[in-house]
Design a protein around this ligand. Structure first.
Ligand SMILES: *[C@@H]1O[C@H](CO)[C@@H](O)[C@H](O)[C@H]1NC(C)=O
Ligand SMILES: *[C@@H]1O[C@H](CO)[C@@H](O)[C@H](O)[C@H]1NC(C)=O
Ligand SMILES: *[C@@H]1O[C@H](CO)[C@@H](O)[C@H](O)[C@H]1NC(C)=O
Ligand SMILES: *[C@@H]1O[C@H](CO)[C@@H](O)[C@H](O)[C@H]1NC(C)=O
Length: 401
């Protein structure tokens, strides 16, 4: 009896162990092999990022365009947003795409899963790695903010994450960072020479005494601070220890109150509406200045603003509205922002660290007209770059069809 029990017990233990083992293996596998995919600079020494802000995707063909000229209204739908992404990808051949929130316009998306799938479809179909953050409208359909982000991270080619594994407590969904490696076969091949940070700027305040939009919380700022420190430590240590941190670019939906620091005398682009930030300042701008690696911040949210302005060494940029089922201005083209980081050429003909970061926008017109080219950051100015806005940039040398 005793022996039999022992035998049963053994069988149970062995079976249980096998099960556990299988679960472990499958969990390890599920840890998304795509996330292991390393982004890195190409052999041309460049890394190009396309920012798509405020697609406001609804149900597709049946969802009409907003704020287009009367003559453009007929036959205009979410499919025009899709067509614009495809054209942008084919024209610019970006290495990476960032969707900066309000990817779907919840109230007009009857099935969040279908709308999200359709919204990101061009990036997936054209095989471009991509990431997304949440806006204030993404949760208004059939999924919660957590649900949207969980769906997003399961889609093909995405490098988005729900939240960083190392942060045990963090507000929001879709806070993560990505490292862009140096060119393979160079001294920088194992270093992140450009860092991307993504944050969830939330939707609406839940604090009764504070009206309006949400803000970036202390928990998120702490994660950012620790991540920035860790990345800087790695970059400034062997091999090829660097003297200054690798530049960082930050993407989130709702602009910071500091985006209201400019006027047309010190920004590039246009400001055609107010800055719809939170009504309180949670200090994230100061946190970024203090961290020392962030060179530019990219937001969406205000579709009629598309400027970049520099404050205390950080460029605050809008992309301008992209989606056709989003409010806009009839006759003022939908648009997207492109950012290119370029590496320093080394003496032996290889590639080094990031030398400069440039940006421009393209309009959704017949020629995808490029506008507002500027240098956002340049190493040779050593941070002493005193112009409030970037240098004007000649398109002739950057646009390659
Ligand atoms: C929307 O797409 C249709 C079909 O391709 C096209 O005829 C129309 O000009 C587009 N409208 C706008 C405003 O781009
Ligand atoms: C990068 O890492 C690989 C694998 O560990 C190693 O073989 C290579 O030498 C490293 N390159 C540099 C420049 O340190
Ligand atoms: C931009 O210029 C205005 C004056 O035209 C000034 O009030 C503002 O402080 C400037 N902003 C920055 C960031 O330099
Ligand atoms: C930046 O300015 C400081 C102080 O004026 C100076 O010491 C430093 O050499 C400058 N850096 C560059 C790269 O010009």
């Amino acid at each position: 009896m005793k022996k039999k029990l022992g035998f049963d017990y053994m069988v149970l233990v062995v079976a249980f162990s096998i099960c556990l083992c299988l679960i472990c293996v499958s969990a390890a596998k599920q840890e998304n092999p795509q996330h292991k995919q390393q982004l890195r600079f190409g052999k041309n020494g460049e890394f190009k990022i396309l920012q798509v802000a405020d697609m406001h995707y609804g149900d597709g063909k049946s969802t009409p365009c907003e704020d287009v000229l009367p003559s453009q209204f007929q036959g205009c739908s979410d499919l025009n947003t899709t067509a614009f992404i495809r054209r942008m990808i084919l024209a610019e051949k970006p290495n990476f795409i960032v969707f900066t929130g309000d990817n779907i316009f919840g109230f007009d998306a009857t099935d969040a899963v279908r709308s999200l799938n359709a919204a990101f479809a061009p990036a997936i179909a054209l095989n471009i790695p991509w990431a997304a953050v949440l806006g204030n409208h993404d949760q208004e359909s059939t999924l919660s903010r957590e649900g949207v982000m969980k769906h997003v991270v399961g889609l093909k080619n995405t490098l988005a994450k729900v939240n960083p594994a190392e942060a045990h407590i963090i507000d929001g969904f879709g806070n993560y960072n990505l490292e862009i490696g140096g060119v393979q076969g160079t001294g920088f091949e194992n270093k992140s020479v450009l860092n991307l940070y993504f944050l969830d700027s939330g939707d609406y305040s839940t604090v009764p005494s504070i009206p309006g939009y949400d803000w970036i919380k202390p928990s998120q700022q702490l994660w950012f601070q620790q991540t920035s420190k860790k990345l800087q430590r790695a970059y400034m240590n062997e091999p090829v220890a660097q003297k200054a941190p690798a530049p960082g670019l930050v993407y989130f939906h709702i602009p910071l109150p500091e985006s209201a620091s400019f006027d047309s005398s010190n920004f590039t682009g246009v400001k055609q509406e107010g800055i719809s930030s939170a009504t309180v300042n949670s200090g994230f701008f100061t946190t970024m200045v203090e961290a020392g690696d962030v060179k530019a911040v990219f937001n969406g949210h205000d579709h009629l603003n598309d400027f970049c302005g520099k404050l205390t060494g950080i460029q605050l940029c809008y992309a301008g509205g992209f989606g056709y089922h989003a409010y806009g201005k009839a006759g003022w083209s939908r648009r997207a922002r492109v950012v290119v980081a370029s590496l320093e050429k080394t003496e032996n003909g290889g590639w080094g660290d990031v030398k400069s970061i440039r940006t421009w926008k393209r309009l959704d017109d017949q020629h995808l007209t490029p506008i507002d080219g500027q240098v956002l950051w340049s190493k040779s100015f050593g941070g002493n770059f005193s112009l409030a806005y970037g240098l004007p940039y000649s398109f002739a040398s950057v646009i390659t069809y």
